[in-house]
Design a protein around this ligand. Structure first.
Ligand code: PLP
Length: 427
């Protein structure tokens, strides 16, 4: 058996590797909210594969379905040919998710990643409007391909493109300008004033909670204003629910409380259930205008993900999971508020909602140091924001009380230690 030794990664893997630097151990097994490394050390997972493991690791029912599918030589790869596994996924998605919500969308399989879904929505919005410009929002994050990067705010990531990122314009997200300003008037002025220099966009692309951008949560009111602005000007609305969707905020789609109807919805990460790559783009039927094969890709038929993704949808047949997220979100919020009160020296601000909450601290490296200390004590957690200024709690949405409390107590210990060692002063 391989030893718990990172030398093979350090020596042969590209410098671009990143998570292994924050969590420097060799992982081997995982179940539910727990991970184990090769030394047998146990970690509580407050990272959830950046949202690809909302249901935790190796869910018993998903595992059983996948094992029997493999056992019976079920088709693995099929591009977009029809397979039993794909048919069952589409059927379950229609009946468990779309129909009960009165949502009428075509399901497009754009390739297996979130960025693939974003690219397909950007292309389609441009095709149906004949316009090229797309409006994105400050601190938005939509993926690493050139199209997705062009609507992403992060300077460091944008620089990686190595070319100008064009045909996009950026406008301020809810409360980006200042806490008391939701930017709606500003956005309307830019769209309507002939001197603003803003070309009429094909679409707006927006997240309801900016996962990578620092857990900025838009209000429902702001989201409704954005929808109205789009409708009044014949601009399409792309809702990127790649990170905030599939239950992360307490409802299957993160925009459900706002009651809006996007034209395109991007989903990936946990849609495959157990972390297998899968993405879908939901398209309002009137904009389902790609000719057959006009948007293509070899890996649009991941049948293993269809099998586990179908099983995962059973969680949405009743409201137990939704209730679990909603109740535990309150516990997370009160824990974070308590930490902010007990440690004013962090100058912390609670961010986000649901199971995507955290604390923003303006103190340089504090959030990174807290996440690093958590790792040492057996809790996996990452940071977010343009300067990694937010430490981000992302537990599986299926986590039980025991798991949540274990993670929170490790986090509390890390906060206490790091703030004490940093000799910070409250003012
Ligand atoms: C909101 C959002 N959109 C798109 C993406 C890109 O997804 P992927 O990394 O699967 O390409 C991400 C990834 O974190 C994301 O958070």
């Amino acid at each position: 058996m391989m030893k718990n030794d990172l030398s093979v990664f350090n020596e042969y893997e590209s410098e671009v590797r990143s998570y292994v630097r924050g969590f420097p151990t060799v992982f081997h097994q995982a179940k539910g909210y727990k991970l184990w490394d090769l030394d047998g050390k146990e970690y509580v997972d407050f990272f959830s594969g950046a949202g690809a493991l909302n249901y935790g690791h190796n869910d018993d029912n998903m595992k059983e379905k996948l094992l029997s599918y493999i056992q019976e030589d079920g088709v693995t790869h099929s591009l977009d040919m029809a397979t039993k596994a794909k048919g069952e996924f589409i059927d379950a998605f229609q009946n468990i998710i779309l129909k009960p919500r009165n949502m009428d969308y075509k399901i497009m399989f754009p390739g297996p990643t979130g960025a693939n879904s974003v690219e397909s929505a950007l292309k389609l919005a441009r095709k149906v409007t004949g316009r090229t410009n797309i409006v994105s929002f400050t601190n938005g994050f939509h993926g690493m391909t050139i199209g997705a990067l062009s609507v992403t705010g992060n300077k460091f990531k944008r620089n990686g493109a190595g070319m100008p990122l064009s045909n996009t314009s950026v406008l301020p997200y809810d409360k980006f300008l200042k806490e008391s300003d939701n930017s709606v008037e500003y956005i309307e002025n830019f769209l309507d004033n002939g001197g603003s220099g803003l070309d009429k966009p094909a679409a707006f692309i927006v997240e309801t909670v900016q996962g990578e951008g620092g857990l900025n949560a838009a209000s429902s009111e702001w989201l409704r204003s954005i929808e109205k602005i789009c409708r009044e000007r014949d601009i399409k609305l792309i809702l990127d629910d790649v990170q905030a969707g599939v239950g992360r905020t307490g409802t299957f789609f993160s925009f459900e409380p706002a009651g809006i109807k996007p034209d395109f919805i991007c989903l990936s990460k946990s849609i495959g259930g157990n972390g297998s790559p899968l993405a879908i783009t939901l398209v309002a039927p009137e904009y389902d205008k790609f000719a057959p094969g006009e948007h293509n890709g070899t890996f649009r038929g991941n049948n293993f993900a269809f099998v586990t993704g179908t099983e995962a949808l059973n969680y949405w047949k009743d409201d137990r999971l939704e209730k679990n997220v909603q109740e535990k979100s309150e516990r997370i919020a009160s824990f974070l508020d308590d930490m902010i009160k007990k440690h004013p020296e962090m100058k912390g601000v609670r961010k986000g909602r649901g199971f995507m909450q955290g604390i923003m601290s303006p103190i340089e490296d504090l959030s990174d140091n807290i996440a690093g200390r958590c790792f040492e004590h057996g809790l996996i957690m990452e940071t977010a924001g343009a300067d990694d200024e937010v430490f981000k709690l992302f537990p599986p949405i299926t986590i039980d009380d025991e798991g949540l409390e274990r993670g929170l107590s490790i986090l509390q210990q890390a906060i206490e230690e790091v703030t004490a060692e940093s000799n910070l002063v409250a003012n």
